[in-house]
Design a protein around this ligand. Structure first.
Ligand SMILES: Cc1cc2nc3c(=O)[nH]c(=O)nc-3n(C[C@H](O)[C@H](O)[C@H](O)COP(=O)(O)O)c2cc1C
Length: 310
């Protein structure tokens, strides 16, 4: 089974939740373009989420979902709005969504936790999740330590439900590799930052297009909150402080509001420019429809080439 059959989408692709970026409008654009659009909730409360869900419903009749970061102070509120608004799919990150799953399942919602280690997938499977998204450290935003290549097959071996690969997928070669590892589809984030519809500041898009393969770095390892961002003044200052074992307060003073600074104000030197390692592969701003279609066609073509070689 491919992911599109599980989700009722045209393509086996999920637009990954991206805090402060994946609004109702952006998620609807991705759903209309054939993937599963996801509204990211980041630090929003339930009322803001309700407005974004309603906006998405105005803009698309295709399925879309909501991403819940479990460390959010509004997690209970968000979980309730997801139920009340009859969202079709939920992805969760940064924790154990076990306490919400029974009510979501009863409402017919598909639940797909994002995991960065196989042991968490094994623990969560018994709550009746529909699939897992195995996200490697290549990805942008909050990351684990394992690479997609090492993680995906180990999650697949650990559970009996389908697994979707995330982290480091931006063209057909990488999608074909995800299938080869046993994934039924992919979740992508970074390649969508270079899209026409992505509501980030033009400076953010330009910084992504300029980035080389090795231009990202992980901040926040010392405080147990690793985040992959572009190398810039902010990340250099942060890493320096981490090296000097600065206090949590000092560290937070550097990152406070950092994503908003980059996304809304276009301050790509002092802001948190979250992006994955595939930024170096992005050279052009394209409509999301073209990004998804090229990704999937490229994956199919690569599989055919490989089949012809054996
Ligand atoms: C700018 C940015 C913000 C992100 N924010 C979130 C988030 O709020 N919640 C989440 O579960 N994942 C978040 N992610 C991860 C994506 O949903 C997705 O899994 C990841 O981008 C896939 O890897 P890739 O970046 O290599 O395509 C974010 C990724 C990026 C690039």
């Amino acid at each position: 089974m491919r992911l599109n059959e599980l989700l009722g989408t045209e393509f086996p692709i999920i637009q990954g939740g991206m805090a402060n970026i994946a609004t109702g409008e952006f998620a609807a654009a991705c759903s209309n373009a054939g993937a599963l659009g996801m509204i990211a909730t980041g630090g929003w409360d339930g009322d803001r989420l309700r407005r974004e869900i309603r906006r998405a419903k105005e803009l698309t009749d295709k399925p879309f979902g909501v991403n819940l970061m479990l460390m959010s102070p509004y997690a209970d509120d968000i979980a309730r709005v997801i139920l009340e608004e009859r969202v079709r799919v939920v992805t969760t990150g940064a924790g154990n969504p076990g306490k919400y799953i029974p009510a979501w399942k009863e409402a017919g919602i598909k639940v797909m936790p994002v995991v960065a280690v196989a042991v968490l997938a094994r623990r969560l499977e018994r709550y009746g999740v529909d699939a897992f998204i195995a996200e490697g450290t290549e990805s942008g935003g909050h990351v684990g330590e394992m690479t997609t290549m090492a993680l995906v097959p180990q999650v697949i071996d650990a559970v009996n439900v389908p697994v979707i690969a995330a982290g480091g997928i931006a063209d057909g070669r990488q999608l074909a590799a995800a299938y080869a590892l046993g994934a039924i589809g992919a979740q992508v984030g970074t390649c969508l930052l270079a899209s026409v519809e992505c509501p980030i500041h033009e400076n953010y898009k330009r910084a992504i297009l300029k980035a080389k393969d090795s231009d990202t770095v992980v901040t926040g390892r010392s405080i147990g909150g690793p985040v992959r961002v572009l190398k810039n003044k902010m990340s250099r200052t942060y890493l320096e402080l981490e090296k000097r074992r600065a206090t949590l307060e000092e560290l937070e003073s550097v990152t406070l509001g950092g994503l908003r600074r980059a996304v809304l104000e276009g301050d790509v030197e002092n802001g948190s420019v979250m992006t994955g390692q595939v930024a170096g592969m992005l050279h052009e701003i394209k409509p999301v429809r073209q990004i998804f279609a090229e990704l999937v066609a490229g994956g199919d073509a690569r599989i055919k080439e490989l089949a012809a070689q054996v």
